[in-house]
Design a protein around this ligand. Structure first.
Ligand code: HEC
Ligand code: HEC
Ligand code: HEC
Length: 349
């Protein structure tokens, strides 16, 4: 006797299967213990699904540029703060607790070779569901993700000494009122002299207004100012430590607090036709705005570009809405020359 395949029978069979599945889930027999690991076949299947998903989505959900050859220090420092606990790092073992997760985080010195830059970018930006691999900590910071792609790429050949050189600076300073060790986290990226270790993406803190540094730390910690790197660094500070560190770095030599140089017309005259006020109208010694002369050109240009992308902000009178509106009015081809003119009073490293 043969059973004829009809739609009704198929539907019935599927329904029975779903019910059996529900009954199994309800029974509590499904093994969710991380200690039991995965069967080999489950492990293979899950990785196959993940790999296909990453391949598909990374082909259209990534920007044109997914890596960079600049700014390894901030990526390495962020990796040390946020990733090494699960993945380990050159010369650093992952936390044994995190290695008891299923799946546990792979050694990227081995696994990074299996992925293209574009795929790593996608994984870092979005994270991986059901694995504990988190998404990037801040929205709209493709520049931060790019630097991390470059860092992950370097892991297979990075020695412990190279990793230490990227993440630590010798002979740290003590700042009164700040827990021991915390200041060393800051100087690992910002340097003992607050000049950012010559890195293109790390701003000069020396000579900056202390109130502005403090406000920035608060806004990073709350997520108001988007940076995964600085959010992690700032959220471990108490309010008193923020104050002490802001005062400490502001008191160092670095930025040029005097009137802006007359080396670019937008700095001191603005541009009437575009309703662009002179930068010097606000960034002046007697005004409570950040010091920008002597700041690193790449950092200035990146901030201006980042603000330009923020098109939701339309009312320049709102707090922190000023710069997005101003940045959009700067002619695109003037961003680099303007940033270079400001940086020309270079603190030198
Ligand atoms: C809570 C633990 C945890 C943290 C923190 C974490 N990861 Fe992961 N990560 C994982 C796990 C687990 C996987 C494996 C996902 C899989 O293969 O299914 C993974 C996968 C990856 C992969 C893909 C490699 C592969 O073959 O699966 C990269 C690249 C990666 N992580 C980088 C990072 C970076 C960079 C950070 C820090 C910003 C980070 N991870 C933070 C747990 C973590
Ligand atoms: C892993 C590297 C890293 C660490 C660690 C780090 N910073 Fe930063 N910091 C950066 C980068 C990169 C930026 C620029 C972020 C951006 O684009 O907004 C920055 C920006 C800042 C700013 C804003 C400056 C401005 O001109 O707007 C302050 C203030 C600051 N950091 C203070 C600190 C303090 C205090 C610590 C220690 C608790 C610290 N940072 C730790 C990399 C780091
Ligand atoms: C109406 C006042 C005003 C004018 C005009 C102005 N700015 Fe600003 N600027 C600000 C404020 C306020 C901030 C702090 C923004 C924040 O914290 O979100 C700032 C911040 C900045 C920063 C970031 C500094 C840092 O350390 O991260 C840069 C760079 C900058 N401005 C460049 C410019 C340039 C270039 C011009 C001229 C084209 C200009 N600004 C004109 C008010 C102004």
């Amino acid at each position: 006797m043969t059973i004829r395949l009809t739609w009704q029978r198929v539907a019935l069979a599927l329904g029975a299967l779903a019910l059996a599945g529900m009954a199994f889930a309800w029974s509590g027999l499904f093994q969710i213990a991380a200690s039991s690991g995965h069967w080999r076949v489950t492990d293979w299947f899950l990785h196959w699904v993940m790999r296909n998903s990453v391949k598909t989505y990374s082909s259209f959900q990534t920007p044109e540029e997914v890596t960079t050859d600049q700014g390894l220090v901030s990526a390495a420092g962020h990796f040390r703060q946020s990733c090494a606990v699960c993945h380990g790092a050159p010369g650093v073992r992952p936390s044994p607790v995190m290695q008891k997760a299923t799946p546990h985080a792979p050694d990227l010195a081995i696994n990074a070779r299996e992925w293209t830059d574009r795929q790593i970018y996608w994984i870092l930006e979005h994270g991986v569901k059901y694995t504990g691999m988190p998404a990037w900590g801040a929205k709209d910071r493709p520049d931060e993700v790019r630097r991390m792609v470059a860092f992950v790429r370097r892991l297979p050949t990075m020695t412990p000494a190279e990793y230490r050189a990227l993440t630590e600076v010798a002979a740290g300073v003590d700042v009164a009122g700040v827990r021991p060790g915390v200041t060393a986290v800051c100087t690992g990226c910002h340097g003992n002299d607050g000049r950012g270790r010559g890195q293109p993406d790390i701003p000069v803190l020396g000579g900056q207004r202390a109130d502005y540094l403090l406000a920035s730390l608060e806004r990073y910690a709350s997520g108001d100012r988007a940076s995964a790197v600085m959010q992690v660094a700032a959220s471990q500070l108490t309010r008193a430590e923020m104050r002490a560190l802001a005062d400490h770095f502001a008191a160092m030599p670095g930025l040029q607090a005097g009137p802006l140089p007359r080396t670019h017309p937008l700095l001191t005259e603005g541009r009437h036709a575009d309703q662009l006020p002179a930068c010097a109208g606000c960034h002046a010694p007697d005004r409570a705005h950040p010091v920008i002369a002597g700041q690193r050109a790449t950092y200035i240009a990146d901030r201006l570009r980042n603000w330009r992308g923020d098109e939701k902000v339309v009312d320049a009178r709102k707090p922190h809405a000023t710069m997005p509106v101003i940045a959009r009015r700067i002619p695109k081809e003037q961003i680099e020359p303007l940033a270079s003119a400001l940086a020309a009073a270079d603190p030198g490293d």
